[in-house]
Design a binder for this molecule. Structure first.
Ligand SMILES: Nc1ncnc2c1ncn2[C@@H]1O[C@H](COP(=O)(O)OP(=O)(O)OP(=O)(O)O)[C@@H](O)[C@H]1O
Ligand SMILES: [Mg+2]
Length: 194
């Protein structure tokens, strides 16, 4: 995948997002522009309904803008077809969802390994990476537990380990406790870029 190292990690220009409902146009994003460099920690805050999730979905390549442009590592992602977007989500973005989105029937270890399987990583390496990530978030003794057998905070730590195990350049986290995530993720991986 082409990466422009002279470009910032994220560059967004004049992005809008409109939803059409019952003939009415609802503008959720009204020309957002921002740049995020490698290693930067950026928090997006705002009142309920102000468009935070809408913007995060676009930055995470889970949705496309109505107009405007978005470059991730110099690649204009809003022009890419779905299969390339899926590859970018898998390789370049670690997701920590507000409700964690862990698979309840898989162990913590298997949950962390899953995105690495999709990436085609061989089993010994992905096991090693998943174990390391879980140890870093302090769950070395809970790897065989399934999400329902873990506390809420432990589930969130599994989600953080899953997001960081693949060492993505961009980690997207949605939480009402951003400070907590920063502290956790920062501890987990000294060189991690969020
Ligand atoms: N799929 C959709 N269809 C129509 N309107 C939508 C859709 N998704 C979001 N909206 C509207 O867009 C606006 C922004 O929503 P968004 O979810 O981005 O807000 P938010 O800042 O994340 O809020 P919260 O803090 O409550 O999570 C809201 O007014 C919402 O009602
Ligand atoms: Mg939201």
């Amino acid at each position: 995948m082409d990466v422009r190292r002279d470009e910032p990690l994220i560059r967004v220009e004049a992005v809008t997002k409109e939803y059409v409902m019952g003939g009415e146009v609802l503008r959720a994003l009204n020309g957002v522009s921002l740049t995020v460099g490698y290693g930067e920690f950026v928090t997006i805050i705002g009142p309920s309904g102000s468009g935070k999730s809408t913007l995060m979905n676009i930055l995470g390549c889970l949705d496309t803008p109505t107009s405007g442009k978005y470059w991730l590592e110099g690649v204009e992602v809003n022009r890419l077809r779905d299969s390339r977007l899926a590859e970018i989500r898998n390789r370049k973005i670690g997701f920590i969802f507000q409700n964690f989105n862990l698979l309840p029937n898989l162990t913590a270890l298997e949950n962390v390994e899953l995105p690495l399987i999709y990436r085609g990583m061989r089993s010994a390496e992905r096991r090693e990476r998943a174990v390391e990530a879980l140890r870093k978030v302090g769950l070395g003794d809970r790897m065989r537990h399934r999400p329902p057998e873990l506390s809420g905070g432990q589930q969130q730590r599994v989600a953080i380990a899953r997001a960081l195990a693949g060492d993505p350049p961009f980690c997207s986290a949605t939480s009402r406790r951003a400070r907590w995530i920063r502290r956790r993720a920062g501890k987990c991986c000294g060189s991690c870029r969020i």
